[in-house]
Design a binder for this molecule. Structure first.
Ligand SMILES: Cc1ncc(C[n+]2csc(CCOP(=O)(O)OP(=O)(O)O)c2C)c(N)n1
Ligand SMILES: [Mg+2]
Length: 269
């Protein structure tokens, strides 16, 4: 009797799930730095959005797998930095962006180039040095661009002041936009980040610095290269939240939280 009750409950729950167009999740508490409140830990996602994000992540993964194979076949010469495993960061952040927002990143830029307007074919054509590539075969793996994507930067940490500069231009033009500036855990130790963070806070620039901590910088584990691996606190006076969940999907909601911090009261901070 008890068994039958249990199985009928399970069937009912499965049936409810089958007709539901939304899924809700409870995420971990965020670590906060100079913030009173973090992003909500209750997140939900519609079926359509979940499928869209999954498709985008799959396209990036397959594009990167194809690039990896072309590299091994020596069809791609020079550098080829893949983004496999970090797709959710880009897809989640992209979902939280609005018209006119910009992105700048380091050299793992194929996925971003695709998300911000290029086709996968243009990315692969660029990697193989063809005129039909994203920048006509002149840029290669680390130097791809679209109107809202400022690359693709090979010098570790170079994109951080550039991202602050893009944000400065947005503020100067009274644009209500943000420039998402991504960097790795290795780049977090580059002096330029601290200079850029100082100017960003001093002038209240609409920039969101995002540290993509994948655990390594050129094979050196974070514990061996960083005196503090609490990267979200490194900006000192720059408010931040830290979470490994950026690495997983649903980060859209989290980046919306960051966006609100940046643009609260209409004055980005
Ligand atoms: C100024 C500078 N110093 C050193 C290098 C060599 N270099 C290339 S990648 C890299 C490590 C970067 O690690 P991280 O920022 O964590 O990025 P990840 O590769 O993990 O995405 C280094 C030191 C460089 N490109 N530029
Ligand atoms: Mg790294």
């Amino acid at each position: 009797m008890l068994k039958a009750l249990h199985s009928s409950k399970a069937v009912a729950s499965l049936a409810r799930r089958a007709v539901s167009n939304e899924a809700a999740f409870q995420s971990k508490e965020y670590k906060l730095h100079k913030l009173d409140n973090g992003p909500s830990t209750q997140v939900s996602i519609s079926r359509d959005d979940a499928l869209k994000f999954y498709q985008q992540m799959q396209i990036i993964r397959r594009m990167e797998s194809a690039a990896g194979n072309l590299y091994k076949e020596k069809k791609i010469r020079g550098f080829c930095h893949l983004y496999s495993g970090q797709e959710a960061c880009a897809v989640g952040i992209k979902a939280a962006m609005t018209e006119g927002d910009a992105v700048i990143t380091a050299y793992r830029c194929h996925g971003w180039t695709y998300l911000l307007g290029s086709t996968a074919t243009q990315v692969l054509a660029e990697l193989t040095g063809r005129i039909s590539g994203n920048v006509h075969g002149k840029g290669g793996s680390m130097h791809m661009y679209t109107p809202s994507f400022y690359g693709g930067n090979g010098i570790v940490g170079a994109q951080q002041p550039l991202g602050a500069g893009v944000a400065f231009a947005m503020k100067y033009r009274n644009q209500k936009n943000v420039c998402v500036t991504l960097y790795g855990d290795g780049a977090a130790n580059q002096g330029q980040l601290f200079e850029a963070a100082n100017m960003a806070k001093l002038w209240n620039l609409p920039v969101i610095f995002v540290c993509e901590n994948n655990g390594f910088g050129m094979g050196t584990a974070v514990e061996r290269s960083s005196a503090s691996t609490e990267y979200y606190t490194r900006g000192d006076y720059v408010p931040a939240s830290g979470s490994m969940e950026w690495m997983y999907s649903l980060s859209e909601k989290h980046s919306n939280g960051a966006r609100r911090t940046v643009t609260k009261d209409g004055v980005p901070s």
